[in-house]
Write a protein that binds this ligand. Structure first.
Ligand code: ZN
Length: 312
């Protein structure tokens, strides 16, 4: 390899991912009342069951046009070229020797729910509607930072999928896999979601909860203890509202609940729950104690139980 080739190889890799703007067609449809492309309707629906027609019906047409225009403006302010290069460089730090396949990044408007998602390592979807719904909390600059950080989070999932290290959804009963993977993705963010960061500030409480859960060893005879742990979570001031609603929606009586493990995982996981922030704390701790990020990533989620129990 010549010097020049060597230099090119070691230089920062250009960002190759495609950016797809799905906001603009939605805006045109809202403005002119034209039908949205079927593929886009399905795509939005698959993201968070967002139904654009329902959205138009529930708000006035002017209101929808105003919101989607605002999303289009936010997309234009995002400075794709600089931010995408920068965020991808950050994501690649988890495994610098690995050459990822480029994936498309879709920018959409899908109402206030769900901020972003990775699609099994094949794409990242970012919902600007979510960030705009927090306008009373974030300045415009902060909003753009939150979007960039969310892209980093989903980019980590994409890279882990490509590395075949992603295990998040292989078994919803295994909370520790989520602590490991979403903990890593949250650790790599450079600004954190202000709504859920309270979990991080209460990390000792959640570490205790996870440790006690680990000690039930998935044993069915321990169901009484599991119910007690879940009740402890539901009394926590941060989880309380969302947790109670979740339990109410899914089951009537905890004692009769047959899949306590799945319920516990859902509580820890849903709406960027405690699993993300306990995980972030554990990654920070391992790195601050001299752990090397790429090596720890390669070792996979098996280490996380040890990380938690070591803290006792
Ligand atoms: Zn995640």
């Amino acid at each position: 390899m010549s010097d020049i080739q060597e230099k090119t190889k070691s230089a920062e890799k250009p960002f190759e991912c495609r950016v797809i703007n799905y906001i603009n067609p939605v805006l045109e449809s809202a403005m002119y009342g034209t039908a949205l492309d079927k593929d886009i309707i399905e795509f939005l629906n698959g993201f968070n069951h967002f139904d654009f027609d329902d959205h138009v019906l529930s708000l006035s047409k002017d209101k929808v046009v105003e919101r989607v225009s605002d999303a289009e403006n936010l997309f234009n302010e995002f400075d794709i070229r600089i931010r995408m290069q920068r965020l991808w460089t950050r994501v690649r730090q988890i495994q610098p020797d690995f050459e990822p396949s480029p994936v498309p990044f879709y920018f959409i408007y899908a109402g206030p729910k769900t901020s972003a998602k990775s699609l099994s390592g094949t794409a990242v979807v970012v919902n600007l509607g979510h960030f705009l719904s927090r306008a009373n909390e974030y300045s415009r600059t902060q909003m753009l930072e939150q979007i960039e950080s969310a892209c980093i989070h989903e980019g980590v999932h994409v890279l882990l999928e490509q590395l075949r290290l992603s295990q998040r959804y292989s078994d919803l009963q295994e909370i520790m896999k989520i602590v490991w993977e979403d903990g890593l993705a949250t650790f790599m963010e450079f600004v954190h979601d202000s709504e859920t960061v309270a979990y991080y500030n209460d990390v000792d409480f959640w570490l205790n909860v996870l440790r006690d859960w680990l000690r039930t060893n998935g044993n069915e005879k321990q169901n009484e203890r599991k119910v007690a742990i879940i009740n402890r979570c539901l009394q926590n001031k941060i989880m309380c509202k969302i947790g109670q609603a979740l339990v109410k929606r899914t089951r009537r009586d905890l004692k009769e609940c047959k899949d306590l493990d799945e319920l516990f995982t859902t509580l820890m996981f849903c709406s960027n729950g405690p699993a993300y922030h306990v995980g972030r704390f554990l990654w920070e701790r391992e790195i601050s104690q001299g752990g090397q990020l790429p090596e720890l990533v390669k070792k996979g989620s098996g280490q996380v139980t040890d990380w938690i129990l070591r803290l006792t």
